[in-house]
Design a binder for this molecule. Structure first.
Ligand code: FAD
Length: 369
């Protein structure tokens, strides 16, 4: 069997990795380099955690997601996971601790509420203004995303994958299992479209369900007097009345990063990546609220990125016509689950499907591995 994969983000690379391990021939096409600078997957880091309060079904998948990454670490020869734990600071609004505890207790993952004094001791650089509740959990940390996609691409090159960088696919024919790049038509037995925020260029029928969303993250350098506590800090979720910030501490050679969970649902992957005042304002406001001494932080970069969102924020893995599949991450959890999803689709393509119905499984509707 030969599989043509459009898109070399975490989704496409993971399908390719899992297929090559099963002896399947793969061709991987990307419109940019592999990995591409504009891929959602190619940022310094992404959060991983087991908590999934608002999305039933996904917490049960997270141990499998961690196990898939463990298999990747074995193959690429190094781990790109930094276990930091996670701290939540809620400034008004809903207290989600009970939901988080319900996710984590069955998995045996530690969690506890934090008093304000405990919060201050754990994250002394955080402002306590307006904090109404706080809690912490294990089973969470940082995935060094850019290094992961770089090393997966390297593993694939070393292990017989045909790589086609700078090859924008202009059409896929899922019945004939072909992809077209310029004048060239490539034939396979199966086509997988894992094109991230560009998916609807190739599959316009999905446009009513999959929406590109322009998101911005801010890279910061903390002032020297907070550097030591940032170096020991957990991943942070800081939810205020008008923002839902996530914060990755500067560890593993990466920079401090803050972003806003809320989806803009505007833009397109092809748009320019120049941060506007409209992009910057909500993230800046969140950082000003969350961090003590924010005026002493240096803004290193405002980085615009796109991911695809759906109304229910659930992954889409679906057949498209005869010999085609689409794999699309739907919201800000696409990296932590992306490798598991890619492996799940590869197992389906090779007939090795402990998950059963892969579409329901990807949507978090069954808990099989
Ligand atoms: C700001 C931000 C913060 C995030 N935070 C987190 C987080 O903390 N935790 C988490 O789990 N997830 C997070 N995510 C989500 C996660 O990064 C994405 O869901 C995931 O990386 C998507 O992977 P992908 O492979 O589907 O898409 P991508 O990584 O975007 O890859 C798609 C690839 O397809 C290529 N392509 C597209 N069209 C074509 C074509 N026609 N021909 C050839 N190639 C094509 C593109 O060039 C690209 O390389 C975040 C995303 C953003 C933007």
């Amino acid at each position: 069997m030969k599989v043509a994969i459009v898109g070399a983000g975490i989704g496409g690379l993971s399908v390719a990795w899992a297929l090559r391990k099963r002896g399947v021939d793969v061709m991987i096409f990307d419109q940019g380099d592999i990995p591409s600078l504009t891929a959602s997957s190619n940022d310094e880091h992404r959060i991983t955690r087991h908590t999934y309060g608002g999305l039933p079904g996904y917490a049960a998948l997270m141990p499998h997601a961690f196990a898939t990454y463990d298999r990747i670490w074995q193959d690429i020869g190094t781990s790109h996971y930094l276990p930091t734990g996670i701290v939540y600071a809620m400034r008004g609004g809903a207290d989600e601790y009970d939901e988080i505890a319900a996710d984590l207790s069955p998995l045996g993952i530690a969690h506890s509420r934090l008093s304000l004094a405990e919060l201050e001791s754990r994250v002394p650089f955080l402002s306590l203004d307006g904090v109404t509740s706080a809690y912490q959990a294990g089973g969470s940390g940082i995935l060094l995303a850019g290094r992961i996609v770089r090393d997966l691409a390297h593993w694939l090159r070393e292990n017989g994958a045909e790589m086609y960088p700078n090859s924008r696919v202009t059409a896929v024919d899922p019945d004939a299992a072909t992809v077209t790049v310029g004048q060239q038509v490539y034939s396979a037995d199966v086509v997988v479209v894992a094109a991230g925020a560009w998916v609807t260029n190739l599959l316009p029928k999905l446009a009513d369900r999959l929406t590109p969303s322009r998101q911005m993250v801010m890279y910061l350098q903390p002032p020297a007097h907070h550097a030591a506590s940032w170096a020991q800090a957990p991943v942070l979720i800081d939810v205020g009345p008008s923002y839902g910030a996530y914060v990755l501490p500067p560890q593993g050679g990466m920079r401090l990063k803050i972003g806003d969970h809320r989806f803009t649902r505007i833009g397109h992957g092809d748009d320019d990546r120049i941060a506007t005042d409209f992009d910057i304002a909500p993230v800046l406001a969140a950082a000003q609220t969350a961090f003590r001494d924010f005026d002493q932080y240096t803004i290193l970069e405002n980085k615009v990125c796109y991911y695809t969102v759906s109304d229910d924020e659930r992954f889409v893995i679906e057949p498209i016509c005869g010999a085609g599949w689409v794999l699309s991450a739907c919201s800000g959890h696409g990296f932590k689950l992306g490798a598991l999803m890619g492996e799940g689709l590869a197992r389906t393509l090779t007939g090795d499907t402990p998950a059963g119905d892969v579409t329901a499984w990807a949507a978090g509707k069954t808990a099989g591995a």
